[in-house]
Design a protein around this ligand. Sequence first.
Ligand SMILES: [Cu+2]
Length: 113
Amino acid sequence: MKRMGFAAAGVAAILAIGLTGALAEDVPVFEITIKDHVFTPALVEVPAGQEIKLVVKNLDPTPEEFESYDLNLEKIIAGGGEGVFNLEPLEKGQYKFFGEFNEDTAQGVLKAK
Ligand SMILES: [Cu+2]
């Protein structure tokens, strides 16, 4: 949660110094859906070394907690809701994530390359 707050503050600061919205729009967006407590795609390939935005849509009627120790992310996403994560540039590698409420099935990997 702290990390997300920091990222949001960073975006606000960028806007405040007068850069156009085009900069924010250039951040690539990657969408992950949760359905039947399974992530699709379960392997998300993203570019390393640049900011990205992750949008996690929960298509289940029940809440899920999207969590990643590797990425230091944690957020409860209501049933039918979505969570948005602004990620700082990642080093190349694999970053596991999971749904804490359904860990048996809700497993995925973000691969930065
Ligand atoms: Cu958690």
